[in-house]
Design a protein around this ligand. Structure first.
Ligand code: LLP
Length: 415
């Protein structure tokens, strides 16, 4: 997080709370979240001339949903579970958008019963299954390659999300939505992918979506009041990584939107953005304890008490992280080592090329920054290892937002 401060004795403090104290009081591995950083990011995004819908998939629990409501954001949910969490936190239903390329009937029913503000249509058959009356958007695929990892590239053709503009899928979906008088089509949605650092991709998406809106206006006489550009803004996992330039977005995208609308004689729709990672990633970090060190082989392996189950991102996306020793000082020279997890597969590598003091040893504490997004939400119970707690830190105080999963929790679902 941006808010870390080195302490004497090798400790690190987050918003006034020493990480060694968090490790002692709550155990390891543990996710730690800096609430002030999340609030700060929410406010930076809200300062844009756009509706900001936080993408809950990045990280959600009851307290997070309450914070998002308090900060005045909308919420993008993609499952009955996320919707239930939002509802349990009292999140205003009219500010919720429901996403998903495969929404089961019961999920659509729950959304309707809850009074969810917008459903984002992402398949032709769904159009007949949405209970009315309902406001909807239609998710289109603009065929833009925003240069990200294949597993999270969603703006291109030949992937499962959205209705393609070029093949006529999107035009057909619009026609069918408009044929249902109890559905109100408020506009288009696209999400080009995740961890995008290229503002030009969003500029191009605006051009293509406004172009398609103009076709719809001509053919059906319908004008769209909203335009949802999805999320995907990149964050800097390591100091050397590229982030998304939000100032460049603010300087460029609304202007291009106005220009394109004027060109086609359309009213300017209100923009919606759906950042997930950009709001929470850098607010989080993970604390681990070193359990075993192996030297003398091809590489030095530093094994910690977590791994693949609390962070599957290196294995899934070749994601890279920094890692640091804290809790003691070392004068030993730094050397390359692989920080690995405790799970029973060789691919359980957290940081393949960590730079750590040569005297790193069992009992040491390590911190991996930038784990606030897609870590808790993607954690598994692989090897029947319970999932770590989420400890929120604010104003010098620490409070668990999610408790550690115990062996008893794991057994509680078994016959
Ligand atoms: N809106 C829609 C419709 C999405 O599908 C997503 C992410 C977002 C917004 C938010 O994207 P963000 O701003 O967080 O990049 N598990 C992967 C990321 C999957 C993202 C899926 N959709 C990871 O750990 O990188």
């Amino acid at each position: 997080p941006d808010d870390c401060a080195r302490r004497p004795g090798g400790d690190i403090a987050l918003s006034g709370v020493p990480l060694t104290r968090l490790a002692r009081d709550h155990g390891t591995p543990a996710y730690v979240l800096d609430v002030a950083t999340i609030r700060g990011r929410c406010r930076e995004y809200r300062a844009l001339d756009a509706e900001i819908a936080y993408a809950a998939k990045a990280f959600l629990c009851r307290r997070m949903a309450a914070l998002v409501a308090e900060e005045g954001l909308s919420l993008d949910v993609c499952s009955a579970g996320e919707l239930a969490t939002a509802r349990a936190a009292g999140f205003p239903a009219e500010r919720i958008l429901l996403h998903g390329n495969a929404k089961p009937d019961h999920e659509l029913r729950l959304a309707a019963d809850a009074g969810v503000g917008r459903v984002v249509v992402d398949s032709p058959d769904e159009i007949d299954r949405i209970p009315g009356p309902q406001d909807v958007l239609v998710r289109v695929t603009p065929d833009i390659d925003a240069h990200t990892h294949r597993a999270v590239a969603t703006g291109i053709e030949d992937q499962k999300f959205g209705l393609s503009l070029t093949s006529g899928q999107a035009a057909e979906a619009v026609r069918r939505i408009l044929a249902r008088p109890d559905l109100r089509l408020l506009g288009l949605h696209c999400h080009l992918g995740s961890q995008l650092s290229d503002v030009a991709a969003h500029v191009e998406a605006v051009r293509r979506l406004v172009g398609f809106s103009a076709d719809v206006a001509v053919r059906h006489g319908v004008l769209f009041p909203q335009l949802n550009l999805g999320g995907g803004h990149a964050v800097r996992y390591r100091a050397r990584d590229a982030g998304y330039d939000l100032a460049a977005f603010a300087a460029r995208v609304p202007e291009v939107l106005r220009f394109e609308c004027r060109k086609h004689g359309l009213p300017v729709p209100r923009l919606t953005l759906e950042p997930g990672r950009a709001l929470v990633a850098r607010a989080g970090l993970t604390l681990y304890r070193v359990v075993a060190v192996k030297r003398g082989g091809a590489r030095t392996f530093v094994a910690v008490d977590g791994g693949f189950s609390d962070n599957p991102r290196p294995a899934l996306y070749d994601a890279r992280y920094d890692v640091r020793l804290f809790g003691r000082t070392s004068t030993a020279p730094e050397r390359r080592a692989a920080v690995v997890g405790r799970h029973c597969e060789a691919g359980d590598v957290l940081v393949p090329d960590a730079l750590l003091p040569d005297d790193v040893r069992p009992g040491d504490l390590l911190v991996v920054p930038c784990t606030g997004a897609y870590h808790h939400s993607m954690a598994s119970t692989c090897n029947r290892v319970g999932r770590p707690p989420v400890i929120a830190v604010e104003d010098g105080r620490a409070e668990p937002w999610v408790r550690r999963e115990t062996d008893q929790d794991l057994l509680s679902r078994d016959a």
